[in-house]
Write a protein that binds this ligand. Structure first.
Ligand code: PHE
Length: 455
């Protein structure tokens, strides 16, 4: 799937399964297992989940299909794709916005990915067993207080990502995600079983599944939308990039549907693994970005085979995070390669240096140098919040508008049906969603979330 320069020999995914594996690899990651529980926990649980599911279905899936279709139609990076499809117009700015979002997301994402490396080491050296919930939460804070330790892990993760992107992805990604993602799935199920059999687990399940709309603020609705975009990897061109590696004859709508179902299932299961434990161990569901790291080790410490399960879990989580950071970095790299004619290695190193620079400040801003903040929010918080809740929805809004109104219905149908090869009986519904429902809903949620619209 890697690319040399220009548009000469563009490589593509080997099979339909390859498309799903790579796209799911991008979608499934810390967004499902770290971000979903922490954001749902801060926003009241059940009602948040319900709104989130609605957004995934009505907005996330159509945006995903639109992105893949743009990529497949143009066989180019996001910036170039818009210039090919609508020459002489300003749509390519969506591509540039995606590049900005890619830097921002990778900067805080690799910080959390760095924490998972530390936790793999902790699992390996058996640091969770026989520890009380308080001791486990101290493990996290003393790790953060070193200051340098999280920074070093973050940099290691950035190097790991860059190494894979330089090597070109097709050999690795398709092969490993096929085995490792299903394994991650199995691990989460095992965690779920242990979590729901903990004392007081029912409280956690109620928190996650019993909607209490009085807990929903306008900010929570915006955050549900942001989480849907973030988790599905849509709104910044990642899936335009991956779509550009899809062969003309492939069925993008069925791939998009499979990815959306899998991604959502994993997020919900992560919630089922985390919240019962949160309540059982007396952790606050609104603990923020630390939530998962405070909670999961307790489950491992309380289960038979916790050592080996902990080890496997953190290893698989790292792989899941890597297949996501790769897909984010790829957006920047393929732009530099195709538009600025840089070679792949140089492009990757340059982009990674930029990300590393931001990521170091991001890591320090969270617990050690609170001065790295704007308006009382840490740099980490700002990048996390603005990329998901502002940049991705804005990108998604423009992408659906583009596909719905400017790409041409005939061309769109042709791409999605692969020249009439696949059944497109739901095409009318899709068109309705991208023409009206998705853009209006995104605009409304956005204005409501920032307080400019009131119902
Ligand atoms: N979807 C990824 C996750 O859930 C994160 C991501 C966001 C990847 C945006 C690509 C683009 O972990």
């Amino acid at each position: 799937m890697s690319n040399t320069s220009g548009n000469k020999q563009r490589e593509s995914f080997g099979s339909k399964f390859g498309i799903i594996a790579a796209t799911a690899g991008s979608a499934i990651g810390l967004g499902n297992i770290w971000r979903f529980p922490y954001v749902a926990g801060e926003n009241g649980g059940g009602a948040f989940l319900l709104i989130y599911l609605g957004f995934v279905l009505l907005i996330g899936l159509p945006v995903m299909l639109s992105e893949l279709t743009i990529g497949k139609a143009a066989q180019r990076n996001p910036f170039g794709a818009f210039r090919i499809l609508r020459p002489g117009e300003k749509w390519f700015l969506i591509g540039l916005m995606g590049i900005v979002a890619a830097f921002m997301i990778n900067a805080f994402y690799t910080v959390v990915a760095g924490w998972t490396l530390e936790y793999l080491l902790k699992a390996l050296t058996n640091q969770f067993s026989n520890k009380s919930a308080t001791e486990i939460s101290e493990l996290f804070s003393s790790f953060q207080q070193t200051g340098w330790r999280p920074v070093v892990w973050t940099l290691i993760f950035i190097v790991l990502t860059a190494t894979i992107v330089i090597a070109g992805i097709e050999k690795g990604i398709e092969k490993y995600t096929k085995i490792l993602m299903p394994l991650l799935f199995v691990m989460i199920i095992i965690l779920c079983i242990r979590a729901v059999t903990l004392p007081n687990s029912l409280e956690g399940l109620k928190f996650l599944f019993k909607p209490d709309f009085s807990k929903i603020s306008n900010k929570a609705i915006l955050e549900a939308l942001g989480q849907a975009f973030f988790s599905l990897s849509v709104g910044m061109g990642t899936l335009i990039t991956y779509g550009s590696y899809i062969k003309k004859k492939e069925n993008v709508s069925s791939s998009a549907t499979s990815v959306v179902i899998t991604d959502t299932l994993i997020a919900v299961l992560a919630g089922v693994a985390i919240f019962p434990a949160v309540f059982s161990f007396g952790i606050s569901p609104a603990s923020g970005p630390d939530l998962v790291f405070q909670t999961l080790p307790n489950i491992f410490s309380q289960m038979n085979g916790g050592y080996i399960f902990g080890l496997m879990f953190f290893f698989l989580l790292i792989v899941a995070a890597l297949t996501s950071t790769i897909s984010i970095l790829e957006v920047v790299v393929v732009y530099l390669v195709e538009e600025l004619k840089m070679n792949r290695k140089k492009a990757t190193i340059l982009a990674s240096l930029g990300i590393a620079f931001l990521a170091v400040f991001c890591s320090l801003s969270l617990y050690n140098v609170p001065e790295i903040a704007i308006g009382g929010k840490s740099l980490f918080g700002i990048l996390d919040y603005t990329s998901s809740n502002i940049l991705l929805p804005l990108g998604g809004f423009l992408i659906v508008l583009f596909v719905a109104w400017f790409m041409g219905v005939g061309k769109l149908k042709d791409e999605i049906s692969a020249g009439g090869k696949y059944n497109v009986s739901l095409f009318g519904l899709y068109l309705f969603l991208i023409r009206f429902v998705a853009p209006l809903a995104i605009a409304a949620v956005f204005l409501y979330g920032i307080g400019l619209l009131k119902f």
